[in-house]
Design a protein around this ligand. Structure first.
Ligand code: GLP
Length: 638
């Protein structure tokens, strides 16, 4: 849908918001602004005071600052920094401390003076926290106040760690972390139980005193909270909404994080719209869900009252429009995700030929595939397609220490039993099992030395990777796919990296490209196109997109459809769905059984399957057939 530019498009937005094509472009623009600010203040003989944030969001921004320092001589010698927050209970060298994060992401790579760096101290005893927080505020004042505050936003709408309930004039203090925040940090800490319960954070009032504020947000997961902060009321429930009353605050978002803004989601409410097919479908499904009515029952006046009079004049009566969109939705439903052989495929999402197809499932981490498309995978196998599941990473970072410990202990005990001959004939004769014993002991010692929060050494990561691989094979087998059709690419960005700090390399792209060229698939299933570009899914998508481009004009590409799903946190909205694969209760149960092959779950248990049920309820609400659950896909480029 193309929209004519009009000043009214942003009428619902109470904070100036710039939508950048990519996170990288937005981060580069902001880094340039910081460089200008530093140079300007240096010229005036004054220090620059920056307020800094952690999380994966500012990572591309810090990388760009480092580049400006290295390549364009930007000096931080006259810069003073104050970070927003720190987990309480974590020492500065703790792997997940924000101090360590800042060192790795910025401080160690630029010429900041050690005495110019400030973060709240997570090790301060509880009875000293109040005084520590007051001293932090005083230090900000003594530096002359913050010139530019950089922010991300949590899914609860928090800035810093100002969780729902934080008041507009709150100051630096100790705060209990919200459940959603702890859930989002669970992967970093190898389980929610390990995430600290408290943090010290600058208050909303502290942040609002900064002279200029820039909040960044990337990826679809942030879209709804960005909308609430920018368009909703100022409320303690969303502390970022308080930025509405700041004279110089703004948001920088990528296209995915802008998705829920009125000008993007419901443009007909704010501007003239050239109605195309995709936009029409979006508007009609939105209207139906808004009025709690099936599509076929929408009335002319309901279109008129919701800014869609022009759509009706161009498309005829509501009756005709309703039927047309209803049919489109109907045609997305198929039990044949690889296409139905020998059937008329003019209104089906996939082609009838060739049959069987080469179907390539590219999963960023093991479990991404099963969670989003387990039942579809099962259908593809049942229908005789050549299905290859390629895991781009081993997923070792998700395996809890307890799993590795269990495996090492079983190995130790088994080896010792066999070595003494006590296992009997079945295990063969007693032999030299000393290497196995040594290996198992070494793994246990490494776990012990690392403790719950230490850096996992490479050998331990390999063991965890083996465990995750085994689970992934079991899950695929539970869906009917034999293990020889499951592969692991072990992309270097993941093997060398860790959450929030991944870096895409040419070798990642080359490995994906080699897989595409070898398999020459007729269909590809993948996720990550709307994810935070620094998440595993986001980096995996960038590797795929670059590899796809590098394959150039290869003939197989003309005969290949790319089907996108939304990873494990979200589901597609109805207007985005080009293929809806319905699940019977039995099929859903089989999918859930496959998910349970993984000991360390990606998602909280209660969410598993719920998304698929919700999509089915949405289809039902639109007046389509009532299914138990639906797995949904969008066709790339459609
Ligand atoms: C944490 C930090 C916030 C950050 C948020 C979002 O809660 N305290 O400052 O904005 O995470 O993190 P991410 O950027 O990784 O999405």
């Amino acid at each position: 849908m193309t929209t004519a530019a009009a000043p009214t498009t942003e009428q619902f937005e109470k904070i100036p918001t710039k939508i950048h094509p990519t996170a990288a472009a937005a981060a580069a623009a902001l880094a340039r602004e910081v460089a200008d600010l530093i140079r300007e203040r240096n010229a005036a003989g004054r220090a620059t005071v920056l307020g800094l944030a952690t999380g994966s969001t500012p990572v591309p921004f810090y990388r760009e600052l480092i580049r400006l320092h290295r390549e364009e001589g930007l000096s931080f010698a006259n810069v003073i920094t104050f970070n927003l927050d720190e987990y309480h209970g974590l020492a500065r060298d703790h792997r997940e401390s924000y101090f360590r994060f800042m060192r790795e992401q910025l401080f160690d790579h630029v010429d900041l003076k050690p005495g110019s760096i400030h973060l709240p101290d997570g090790t301060v005893a509880l009875d000293k926290v109040f005084a520590h927080c007051q001293a932090y505020e005083a230090a900000i004042d003594a530096a002359g106040g913050i010139d530019l505050q950089i922010l991300g936003i949590g899914r609860t709408g928090h800035i810093g760690f100002n969780e729902p309930g934080s008041t507009r004039d709150s100051r630096t203090r100790l705060i209990a972390l919200d459940r959603i925040t702890r859930e989002d940090a669970a992967a970093d800490f190898l389980g929610e139980a390990n995430v600290p319960r408290f943090a010290i954070t600058m208050g909303v009032g502290t942040i609002l005193r900064a002279r200029r504020i820039a909040l960044m947000a990337w990826g679809e997961n942030k879209a709804e909270i960005v909308r609430q902060a920018v368009e909703g009321p100022e409320t303690e429930a969303v502390s970022a909404s308080f930025l509405q009353s700041h004279p110089d605050a703004r948001f920088l978002v990528d296209a995915a994080a802008a998705k829920a803004l009125t000008r993007v989601k419901l443009p007909w409410l704010v501007t003239h719209v050239d109605w195309d097919e995709a936009g029409t479908r979006r508007a009609v499904t939105w209207l139906a869900l808004k009025h709690h009515k099936p599509v076929l029952k929408l009335l002319d006046e309901e279109y008129n009252e919701n800014g869609m009079a022009e759509l009706l004049t161009r498309q005829g009566r509501a009756y005709d429009l309703n039927i047309r969109i209803f049919n489109q939705l109907q045609h997305t439903i198929t039990g044949w995700p690889g296409g139905k052989p020998d059937a008329d495929d003019t209104t089906r999402p996939e082609r009838a030929t060739p049959h069987p197809k080469r179907s390539l499932v590219l999963a960023p981490e093991p479990q991404d595939d099963v969670l989003s498309m387990g039942a579809t995978l099962q259908r593809l196998v049942e229908h005789g397609h050549h299905v290859e599941v390629v895991y781009l990473t081993s997923g070792d970072l998700r395996v809890a220490d307890a799993e590795a410990s269990k495996f090492a202990k079983v190995l130790l005990e088994t080896s010792e039993t066999i070595a003494t001959g006590a296992a009997g004939d079945a295990a063969g004769a007693a032999g030299d099992w000393s290497r196995q014993v040594a290996y198992a002991r070494d793994m246990l010692a490494q776990l012990e030395a690392k403790g719950p929060f230490g850096d996992p050494p490479a050998a331990l990561r390999r063991l965890k990777g083996l465990i995750r691989r085994g689970e992934a094979r079991d899950a695929a087998q539970a869906l009917g796919l034999s293990p020889e059709h499951v592969r692991f690419l072990d992309l270097p960005f993941y093997a060398k990296g860790r959450y929030r700090q991944f870096r895409l390399e040419d070798a990642d792209i080359a490995a994906v490209r080699a897989t595409l060229e070898e398999i020459q698939p007729h269909q590809i299933f993948i996720t990550g196109h709307l994810a935070d570009p620094n998440s595993v899914q986001g980096v995996a998508w960038r590797a795929f997109a670059a590899a796809w481009d590098q394959c150039g004009q290869a003939p197989w590409k003309n005969d290949c459809r790319v089907w996108l799903h939304r990873g494990h946190q979200r589901e597609l909205e109805p207007h985005e769905i080009h293929m809806a694969v319905p699940l019977s209760p039995d099929q859903l149960a089989r999918k859930l059984a496959a998910i349970r092959k993984f000991q360390s779950p990606t998602n909280p248990d209660q969410l598993t399957g719920e998304r698929n049920r919700q999509t089915a309820r949405t289809y039902d609400a639109l007046g389509l057939a009532e299914y138990e659950a639906i797995e949904a896909f969008e066709r790339w480029g459609a």
